[in-house]
Design a protein around this ligand. Structure first.
Ligand code: AMP
Ligand code: MG
Length: 487
């Protein structure tokens, strides 16, 4: 692999260099051949032969420079002070086959100076959820970390019950969080200028060619975050813990905990069991993204050339960029070009899906059957289910809407078909799917993880390895159960 270690050369206050603490008897869970190919990992015989040892913390390749990063953050709206990699290590930085730098981060690798009250470990349950979700989002086209693979072990880990310790090799374009800036501002403000230079040169080099590079960089951070959260809303993804230490400066999904994908559409849905006020509910995500950026960007006032007006100008881009990206995406889900008429009809449909508590993913995908019910036989079954579950009022709204929608969509039916196909997945990672894979894995069976991995690799194509359980939401009167924060 082509290494590009740069973080390990930064000021030593920013990290603690240490090897992982080995897991007991690590065994293969699953290996991601796509990530391996992207990294060039698959061209290295030693890495291929010893990947389980590496993920289990028993072998660190000679060129690697494992370190725990320090950062800080606001958790649930409150300043949490110093945090850091309490159970993960940045193991190496690698230039991928496209020339982009990628971080290899081993999660579940044991105690570090930043572990606070934790044990430094990750359990199999949350490891599988992160592994499958990173893959699912990546394949849906949503910027996200994904993982090279994961291992399970005999190391016992206590959560609500005793569970198996596991480790995941997370691969992300960047592990610098908004919370890194907050840590520097509070604990090492003399580093802000050089750390900003590092972020600019490493992740936003194009900003160097602008009159005020730091302002251009901050603008990009705001825009990428806005687009990411628009993608989450369009996909129905709820992150669950949008603390400032869980958002990357590159606008890529990081740190999966009690996340979920929307099933029956309910904008106020809260997926995190510990989120008692709904701060991180699905519908609050756009506002929280802005709040997080505000906390972070204010610290750049310390730099020359950056004043309040500059920060405000950057932040003011958030809402229009979010709205533009979300609205275009919503029109595409209906196969329509972006205009006011399309938006109106899209939001009418969303309102119907919400009031009827229909499944978000299946409702959109089922619309393909309106184009050709023979070619889209599977989608016809979704549409039939959608219609059969409608209330009498819902049914009459649907009939009226359907006529107007077909008239609009028929203006360019082939463009509509392509847009609808590529913007409405058949498969998302429903909580119950992940749970079935976890239950089997806890018995030593990883075939279900492998099957879901394959299913989520091409989420827009109907596949014969799917079962009805993969596409069935909870019953109409059942709440989508929240997920425990423990991991
Ligand atoms: P999270 O809410 O998962 O983003 O974690 C918040 C902070 O707690 C991060 O600094 C983590 O590294 C740390 N942390 C979470 N779980 C553990 C654990 N089991 N052991 C040590 N640190 C942990
Ligand atoms: Mg975190």
């Amino acid at each position: 692999m082509d290494y590009c270690h740069t973080y390990a050369d930064l000021d030593t206050r920013l990290y603690h260099k240490q090897p992982p603490v080995p897991l007991d008897n690590p065994r293969a869970g699953h290996f991601n051949p796509y990530v391996a190919a992207k990294l060039g990992w698959d061209k290295d015989e030693d890495l291929m032969a010893r990947w389980v040892e590496i993920l289990g913390g028993h072998y660190v390749p000679a060129q690697w420079t494992p370190l725990a990063m320090v950062y800080a953050g606001h958790q649930f709206g409150h300043w949490a002070g110093q945090l850091g990699d309490g159970r993960g290590l940045l193991m190496a930085q690698v230039r991928d086959t496209d020339g982009h730098c990628q971080d290899l981060h081993l999660k579940g690798s044991g105690l570090t100076p930043y572990s606070r009250m934790g044990d430094g470990r990750a359990v199999l349950r949350s490891t599988i959820r992160e592994y499958l979700c990173g893959h699912a989002l990546t394949q849906l086209g949503v910027p996200s970390s994904s993982a090279l693979g994961f291992v399970v072990s005999d190391t016992p880990v206590r959560r609500e019950r005793m569970e198996a310790g596991a480790a995941l090799m997370r691969v992300a374009d960047c592990h610098i969080r908004l919370g890194h800036i907050e840590w520097i501002a509070s604990f090492a403000p003399d580093l802000l200028a050089s750390f900003t230079d590092y972020m600019l040169d490493t992740y936003y080099p194009e900003c160097r060619d602008t009159p005020v590079p730091v302002a251009a960089f901050l603008q990009q951070v705001v825009e990428r975050t806005a687009r990411l959260i628009a993608d989450w809303q369009l996909t129905g993804f709820a992150h669950g813990v949008m603390n400032t230490d869980n958002l990357s400066i590159t606008g890529s999904t990081l740190d999966f905990g009690p996340f979920g994908f929307m099933e029956r559409f309910n904008p106020s849905w809260i997926n995190n069991h510990s989120d008692h006020t709904g701060r991180y509910s699905y519908q609050n995500q756009p506002a929280i993204g802005y709040w997080n950026l505000q906390q972070c960007l204010t610290h750049f006032l310390r730099l020359p050339n950056i004043d309040r007006a500059t920060i405000d100008a950057c932040l003011s881009l958030y809402e229009p960029v979010f709205m533009q990206h979300y609205q275009i995406g919503m029109c595409q889900k209906l196969g329509l070009p972006h205009n006011q008429e399309a938006l109106n009809i899209a939001f009418e449909f969303l309102t119907l899906v919400e009031s009827e508590r229909a499944d978000y993913t299946n409702s959109f995908r089922g619309l393909l059957a309106l184009i050709d019910s023979t070619k889209y036989a599977y989608e016809q079954t979704l549409l039939t289910t959608f219609i059969n579950e409608l209330t009498p009022e819902g049914l009459s709204t649907w009939h009226d809407w359907r006529e107007r929608y077909i008239a609009l969509m028929s203006k360019n039916i082939s463009a509509a078909e392509a847009r609808m196909y590529h913007n409405n997945p058949v498969y998302i990672l429903r909580n119950a799917m992940a749970q079935r894979a976890i239950t089997a894995a806890e018995q030593g069976q990883f075939e279900e993880v492998a099957r879901l991995f394959t299913l989520l690799t091409t989420p827009y194509d109907v596949q014969n390895i799917a079962t009805t359980l993969d596409t069935t939401p909870p019953a109409p009167d059942a709440w989508q159960p929240p997920i425990s924060c423990s991991s």
